[in-house]
Design a protein. Structure first.
Lengths: 250, 189, 348, 70, 250, 348, 70, 189
């Protein structure tokens, strides 16, 4: 018999610690597939932000480095400059990348650091128990926006893919989701593209993945996925916001 | 420990079984009787869906450690809980086990005063579902230890149950009573 | 006076409300999230402002702004977040701005773990930030003290125009106990004439920490030091339990002291003459009080949930003639009363 | 006839039901038994209808499904 | 006789400490004129970033607060939320606002904090002696880019007015210069507009002012001003990038 | 060996080059800008990378990344910038990553001033960051030591896998002196087998500070502590000048010790038996060495350019029987040799 | 005839020459004397040509010029 | 101070007068003679265009403080410098003042060995402009103090002057010599 679908090679044979229906697992898996695809397991260094994805090193058989919360892209800058021959990616949540780490994110992007960034946007601080994130939608109730997020008081949900696309150093910026097989295929393509860009030395590549956090949304998994489709995607439109081609830099 | 009135407990089971609520309730009951109390919940990175437990200490003077090394009495609502806590219960301590959930092979402690209570079943019998097994266990414990009087326990229910779920109060009372009476029947019988 | 049954963290947050806190800024971090969660719900009800900052760095600086306007301000965080606030704390000190900072300690260094630990004693008491300054630090060991000491912290902060810290054991923060709400009906705090009011009043007010001319900064540094010296006279708090006839005194703060008390009770039951000394104000440290005890008792056992930090201060205060042993437990498993009792017995 | 195989790692399934909803052929269902993680887990109900499209495997967030065909 | 031109009222009668030809002085003056214009001297609180502008309180007779380097907009957030009835502005350099303080800047903008920001872009760290700033032009030699700024290594000069204009919370974003009387008039208008927005409660207002730093550019004042016109303006185009109207928020 | 005439800061930067530093990240701040300026020019020539970071927070984290790859890495900053690095320093310690951090102290707290000061002793030695860890700290007092000690710092950092600090007086950094370039032809540093190499070798390498399982973190904390204990045995450095027959010993570090030496010379000329003790390693502190001196000499004068920080360590080490006086000068005007001589005379 | 007045605060002028270049009427010039700040300062050379447009005052970065007219 | 060979100096004037270069030169000369040296420049927030000064210490053993409280000799090139440093010069110390720049009213120190040197004029005479007044002063100082020999001083010039300005070396030598000879003439005369 032939295998139609199977776990990627680079993933170890252990359970994810994620909650049921949490899409962090799917994000892990498509990154793993891309690493398999390019056969870069031994070249890759993962820089992991603090958030629900912090245990990535337990799942991926790649050299891994834990960054202080928010500092993934400063750490990745150090890694990539020290080892330009290796493939470096960061894995970061919305609190990590877009709130506390915003300066590091924007400056690394602006410097065009040749790294790939996987940004899991689930509109909350998952690991710490569901506080308001920079991407929390207006009106959304979280443990620190008990009356719903309000623009005047709490600001507007931040759209990272669009913002970063305006920076010169960014080679690739895209937003994807994982609710349907079709979205998944697009997501896979984007993740591969991100690595591709790095392999070609084109600069900073960024993939924002909309992700469900059933636990902190107080939803069942299927409901949570519906929320991604019905509430998140309209506010965070999917698509490629920037794509540099080799010819652009020649 | 030098006080005349002193009790300490560990309650343990899975998250969602109402372990913490039972612990709180007991504390409120003791407060109504003007006791000093401490309530200490388990915590850790991986709390969701996992184990839940809490320590309760009641005393008539200031309480030192809220975490008794060897609790005098215990409510046990899961097999992992049994394995974890049985070894540390005080000599001759009281252990109340929900036998509808916990698989009991070898208890290995001869000194303990162990009660196996079909709390799920009892809950179903008195309120129509298994959800208040914790209350049954608590009623039994209070009867067995006499750490607070039944009246205080019943009165404390309205402190813990929120306005929204007010209609649940009588059901909780029934469940507590069922446990309490079971102990009395057992000890009489 | 209302008698409540509260978690330590809730007692603290309620105390802050009763102390008329009017501005909170903070960033999520385990294990202190219930403080901002409580305040995000309750502050708007009393006309206060709650801001979830983009980081701890931003949070401490928002405090700087709001404090300059005369409001009572606070933040809360946990170890790594407190590290990020060090520059801001130094600026608050240098600018003489009151603010209350709560550190519910986790277990470091680095990301470490969220287990119980007392690893931040040095950072809190020796000034994790740059320059000469002292931040008053209080270490509660019960829910009631969480309530009482945060109120005291606000008062001390205002009195000395200084940032003030509560150094909290996570276990104290999680534990539920009875709390008497002593200060529910507190009158409003005094208007601060040095702060920015609703309009500019009289002279231009400048709030800053930069002193370039001549020896202004030297004078300023000594002024900060003099404030500290006054605190040493007036703000020391401690607890001494059965020390009078003790042959050995256990010293610990926060959770360790709480457990230590049970250990002392065990000891006394077994006729071991042990006592407990607990610094409640870690800065100013109860130096004279401890020295006084050492006039009679020559044996001390210092216990900390770290590899040895406060013990340095105790060595400094007690000197070399005193027998000081140390038991460190940098572990999320707090020592048990029995464990401490055995450690006591080992020493005598 | 059945030249396909859908293997669900029962002990790792968290019962989120995503595979079940995604299988347009209705091959999968949620069982009643509880695994050692404490979840009811997905089971193959009716392999004959399976077209070995692999979507269930692709969509499982815990990556616990394998799909094989002849 | 009638006065044609005179120092604004709110400026004290003391010497600026700035170097000859430094345009910080002009920025001070146009802000001062706007304060005079709206008669808000007693309502205004200045939040001053660390940079060559740090002594603003010596020159302006307004309540003033010194912010740690880069944290002007976090401090201003605290001030404005505590005293919403007062008029709050920050005065920040490019190192301060766009490098170390980037996260605070973008998040305050995104929250739509109702404050006015005056951002002095002189393409260097003036106060510390001419190091590379985030706005340093490509090829520009500074003390820390001794071989000239290079995109691959040092990143691309960051255009703050454009970037902030993409954020929902921003009511006004404009870039101005001070090289000619005409530019000065535009700059004055922009500064007034920024205060106007705040007075009307429309949200975050931002004015970027291109400014000469003769000392660290190693130029004579007139040369330096020529450099602003010939090198800076082409890269940092002048203009209004966003302007919210009252009707937009009704 | 080349003999050069260099500013302290240049000597330090050159030492870093000779120590094979291959990565520098930092953010401008007075008064240490000549270090990054030197390295931005010189590092590319030796195949090293210079990054001007967007902030001190970013800088210290860039170091974390580059150090994990086995490079010798360093940053330099001054007091407020060092405060911002505290979280990162704690992470470096927790992750056991070597790095060299230079603090050319300014005058705090807050923005303070850029005058000479030794206000950061506490921050440097007691861990400004969270959790249990110690950072080795060296305090040079000449251009030659700027060169020698930075090289030593790199070696110590690698040997113990720890961040290591140079605590530098701004006056030492500005002063020009003769420097012998002892290590120009140093052989390359050893490859670090724990670090990420050019490809993944063998087992996956994980570099982290998070320890959640059981008592792993407690073990880890004790491991860090044991490293510190070994340093206390092996890495202490100090200078003792004319202490043998001294009736009074002046203690100071860095610039103060340098001036103190002149003061001792004045004293000796006037037949006052004074000596000087200078801790060069502030962590580990030369405890035994100081104790040994106190066996003979019972009078000590501690001088610091702050309101009293190292004096706490000295009180701890020497105990109560010793007469310790303190002269603090938190002032950009360094004390003069004559001034110190008079202070010495006052005490005897 | 001269109904205008251009007052330059000599002791505060830093001699940057911006006013001089900006005055399209050539009214101002840089003197040779040195003020107490150590700079050669701007002076009114020829007030008759002045049209009291105020531009010199507007453009002086040190705000040390006043312009008056009848 | 107990050493046989020990000199300390302060040089002070305005920025741009070459004060620091003169200090450096003297240090190099002493290094050529195998002495220990320290050079300490002034610094502060407001350095640009303001005062410039430096301390130089020369010794045959390790130098303690690089900032002498009472320097033995001084070069003074501005009026503020005179006011600031005259009071601190050591008793009977040597003070060399550029009389072309410094306005001298009342020197108030009778003990000092003060020389007023028209250094600008001398510079103009020997090299055609005033720019090397600092070198004239330095030559005079070296002659007056004999802290280094003339040869070392002349040799040090090529250490300080960069490759690019090599053609300046002879001019510098001339200026130094002019100062040196002036002293000799004065003391002879
Ligand atoms: C300096 C610091 N501040 C705060 C925290 C606590 N913290 C851990 S993870 C996290 C945010 C998690 O949210 P996100 O980045 O969105 O990741 P998610 O868990 O949602 O995937 C926070 C605030 C920390 N570890 N360090
Ligand atoms: C935390 C911290 N880092 C660095 C500094 C040093 N510093 C003071 S001002 C400044 C930058 C000045 O540049 P800019 O903001 O562009 O203002 P400018 O002087 O050019 O107007 C820096 C880096 C500081 N004071 N605090
Ligand atoms: S808390 Fe949310 S993000 Fe974290 S594992 Fe659970 S579902 Fe996923
Ligand atoms: S392979 Fe396709 S058809 Fe078969 S079970 Fe999976 S989703 Fe259904
Ligand atoms: S998607 Fe995976 S985890 Fe979810 S129910 Fe199906 S097999 Fe189980
Ligand atoms: S250094 Fe530059 S920015 Fe600073 S005052 Fe001088 S010219 Fe202006
Ligand atoms: S007012 Fe106009 S015309 Fe008169 S001097 Fe000034 S710029 Fe020239
Ligand atoms: S513009 Fe002002 S400072 Fe410049 S020369 Fe004219 S008057 Fe003087
Ligand atoms: Mg998130
Ligand atoms: Mg600038």
């Amino acid at each position: 018999m032939k295998v139609v679908y199977k776990k990627p090679e680079v993933l170890k044979n252990v359970n994810f610690h994620f909650c049921p229906g949490c899409q962090h697992g799917l994000v892990h898996k498509i990154i793993a597939e891309a690493i398999d695809n390019f056969k870069i397991k031994d070249k890759t260094i993962a820089v992991i932000g603090v958030g629900c994805g912090v245990f990535l090193y337990d799942y991926f058989d790649v050299d891994s480095l834990e960054a202080p919360h928010g500092r993934g892209l400063a750490v990745a800058t150090g890694v990539k400059r020290a080892r330009p021959e290796r493939i470096v990616f960061t894995y970061q949540g919305d609190g990590d990348l877009a709130s506390i780490g915003l300066a590091e994110t924007v400056h690394a992007a602006n410097r065009g650091e040749n790294v790939s960034v996987f940004f899991v946007n689930n509109t909350v601080y998952g690991m710490t128990g569901g506080q308001m994130a920079p991407t929390t939608l207006l009106g959304q109730i979280t443990t620190t926006s008990p009356y719903g997020r309000e623009f005047q008081r709490d600001g507007y949900p931040i759209r990272m893919s669009e913002m970063l696309a305006t920076l010169e150093g960014v080679a690739f910026s895209a937003r994807v989701a994982l609710c349907t097989p079709k979205q998944l295929m697009e997501a896979k393509k984007a993740v591969k593209k991100a690595f591709q860009m790095q392999l070609e030395g084109l600069g900073f590549s960024f993939v924002e993945i909309l992700s469900a956090c059933p636990t902190n949304w107080n939803m069942q998994p299927l409901e949570a996925i519906k929320r991604v489709e019905e509430e998140m995607i309209p506010f965070f439109p999917l698509g490629i916001y920037k794509e540099r081609r080799v010819s652009d830099v020649l | 420990m030098s006080s005349k009135y002193y009790f300490d407990f560990v309650f343990s089971g899975f998250g969602g079984q109402g372990i913490l609520i039972a612990g709180n309730l007991l504390c409120y009951a003791a407060i109504l009787e003007n006791r000093e109390v401490t309530f200490f919940p388990s915590y850790g990175v991986e709390m969701r869906g996992g184990a839940a437990n809490c320590y309760v200490v009641l005393s008539d003077s200031q309480i030192g450690s809220p975490i008794p090394s060897h609790p005098m009495a215990s409510i046990i609502m899961s097999t992992p809980a049994l394995n974890k806590f049985l070894p540390i219960i005080k000599n001759n301590g009281i252990v109340i086990i929900n036998s509808d959930i916990v698989s009991i092979k070898d208890l290995q402690r001869e000194d303990l005063n162990i009660s196996l209570i079909p709390a799920n079943k009892l809950s179903s019998e008195v309120i129509g579902n298994e959800r208040l097994a914790n209350m049954v266990m608590l009623g039994y414990l209070v009867a067995a230890t006499k750490c607070v009087c039944l009246e205080s326990l019943v009165n404390s229910i309205s402190e813990v149950v929120s306005e929204k779920h007010k209609k649940m109060i009588p059901l909780n009372e029934k469940a507590v009573l069922a446990g309490y009476e079971l102990f009395q029947k057992n000890s009489r019988g | 006076m209302e008698k409540l049954f509260l978690r330590g963290s809730e007692a603290l947050a309620l105390g802050a409300i009763d102390a008329s806190v009017k501005f909170y800024a903070g960033y999520p971090i385990t294990p202190q999230n219930d403080i901002p969660e409580f305040l995000s719900r309750e502050l708007p009800k009393v006309g206060g402002k709650f801001v979830q900052a983009e980081s701890e760095v931003a949070a401490i600086n928002m405090l700087l702004g709001a404090s300059a306007c005369g409001l009572r301000v606070m933040t809360s965080s946990s170890s790594p977040g407190i590290s990020l606030m060090q520059e801001g704390i130094s600026y608050l000190s240098g600018s003489e701005l009151p603010a209350v900072i709560v550190n519910v300690m986790r277990w470091g260094p680095g990301l470490g773990g969220i287990g119980a630990s007392q690893g931040d004693y040095h950072q809190a008491t020796k000034g994790g930030g740059h320059g000469d300054y002292f931040v008053p630090v209080f270490a509660p060991y019960s829910a009631q003290e969480m309530y009482d000491l945060i109120i005291r912290a606000f008062d001390v902060a205002d009195k000395y125009r200084t940032p003030t810290m509560l150094l909290v054991d996570v276990m104290i923060s999680l534990m539920k106990e009875k709390v008497i709400r002593r200060f529910e009906k507190r009158s409003e705090v005094k208007i601060k004439s040095w702060a920015f009011g609703k309009v500019k009043e009289g002279e231009q007010k400048i709030i800053k920490s930069l002193y370039l001319k001549g020896n202004d900064l030297e004078r300023h540094n000594w002024k900060l030091y003099e404030k500290y010296k006054v605190m040493c006279e007036k703000e020391v708090i401690y607890e001494s339990y059965l020390c009078d006839d003790a042959e050995i005194v256990l010293i610990g703060f926060g959770m360790v002291a709480r457990i230590g008390k049970s250990a002392i009770d065990i000891a006394r039951e077994r006729n071991v003459k042990a006592g407990l000394f607990r610094p409640i104000s870690l800065v100013p440290f109860p130096e004279k009080e401890l020295e006084a005890i050492s006039k009679k008792c020559k044996k001390f056992l210092v216990v900390e949930m770290n590899t040895g930090q406060m013990v340095h201060d105790i060595q400094r205060v007690l000197g070399k003639d005193i027998d000081i042993s140390f038991y460190g437990k940098p572990s999320s498993y707090a020592p048990t009363p029995e464990e401490l009792f055995y450690k006591i017995k080992e020493q005598i | 006839m059945s030249k396909k195989k859908v293997i669900i790692d029962e002990q790792r399934c968290k019962g989120c039901q995503i595979c079940i909803i995604q299988c347009k052929k209705g091959v999968l269902k949620l069982g009643y038994k509880i695994n050692k993680l404490g979840y009811r887990y997905a089971e193959v109900d009716n392999i004959d209808d399976c077209v070995a499209c692999g979507i269930c495997g692709e969509m499982c967030p815990d990556v616990v499904i394998e799909v094989w065909k002849e």
